[in-house]
Write a protein that binds this ligand. Structure first.
Ligand SMILES: Nc1ncnc2c1ncn2[C@@H]1O[C@H](COP(=O)(O)OP(=O)(O)OP(=O)(O)O)[C@@H](O)[C@H]1O
Ligand SMILES: [Mg+2]
Length: 225
């Protein structure tokens, strides 16, 4: 039976991609087949091969199932803005059924599928729906990446409540220590442990540039998944 997880975050730019990379490394080390993907990506570069997103490139470097770029990121947009605007600028309308089609295609090829969301939980995909609606439709269990910084408790609890209210399985959360100078980070994490009714499945320290790529697996507690 395939294991599928949707990776959301307390905000944009708080470490979803880094956490996806850590999860992929951890799953691969456990000897299983995994595909990481980002179905919708804004802020892509124009290349001779087409639009390319840097998150997707990082993910594809780790995946142990090799697929074409367009399978891993079927919706790639140039403008670095909310998907509902970036897709409108590209004259493309994404429907839930398009996402489901791509999900199904990927699911048939792997043991684990790790789907990086876009932005935060309520990010709009088009004017009619936000990403969470599709996650609910597909019943994909959610992992929340919490960028440990000022204000993160509020963002984490709001996101957690929204996921629970939607009756979507909340399987765990990852503490990503994104702020080098954060005071009392262990107290923030202790508070979150008390308030979130799912295990902390990862705790990633602040990393120097050179530590960014390798050995991320050691920060993930795969036994919870
Ligand atoms: N633990 C960490 N230590 C140091 N830097 C980090 C850490 N986590 C993330 N970063 C840096 O913060 C930036 C944002 O991280 P990342 O791209 O993983 O965020 P994201 O949530 O996936 O963003 P987006 O919403 O654009 O997809 C990157 O430059 C990344 O290298
Ligand atoms: Mg990302």
């Amino acid at each position: 039976m395939i294991k599928r997880y949707f990776i959301t975050g307390t905000d944009t730019n708080i470490g979803k991609t880094l956490s996806v990379c850590a999860l992929l490394q951890s799953i691969i080390r456990s000897g299983q087949r995994v595909i990481g993907c980002k179905l919708v990506a804004s802020g892509c570069k124009k290349t001779k091969y087409g639009l390319r997103n840097s998150d997707v490139i990082k993910i594809m470097k780790i995946n142990n199932i090799i697929l074409p770029y367009s399978h891993i990121n079927p919706f790639a947009f140039f403008h670095p803005t909310s998907p509902h605007i970036a897709s409108e600028k590209a004259c493309i309308k994404i429907y839930k059924k398009d996402l489901s089609y791509n999900l199904k295609k990927l699911s048939s090829k792997t043991d684990w599928l790790i789907i990086e969301g876009a932005g935060g939980w309520y990010v709009p995909i088009n004017i009619n729906f936000t990403y969470d609606k599709w996650v609910k439709l597909e019943k994909i269990p959610v992992i929340l990446v919490i960028g440990i910084k000022l204000g993160c408790i509020n963002h984490a609890l709001l996101t957690f409540e929204a996921i629970c209210n939607a009756k979507i399985p909340f399987v765990g959360w990852i503490a990503n220590n994104i702020d080098k100078n954060m005071l009392y980070k262990h107290k923030y994490i202790a508070f979150l442990k008390k308030k979130l009714s799912a295990p902390m499945i990862g705790n990633i320290p602040f990393l120097k540039k050179k530590d960014m790529r390798d050995n991320l697996y050691k920060y993930i507690f795969l036994k919870y998944l």
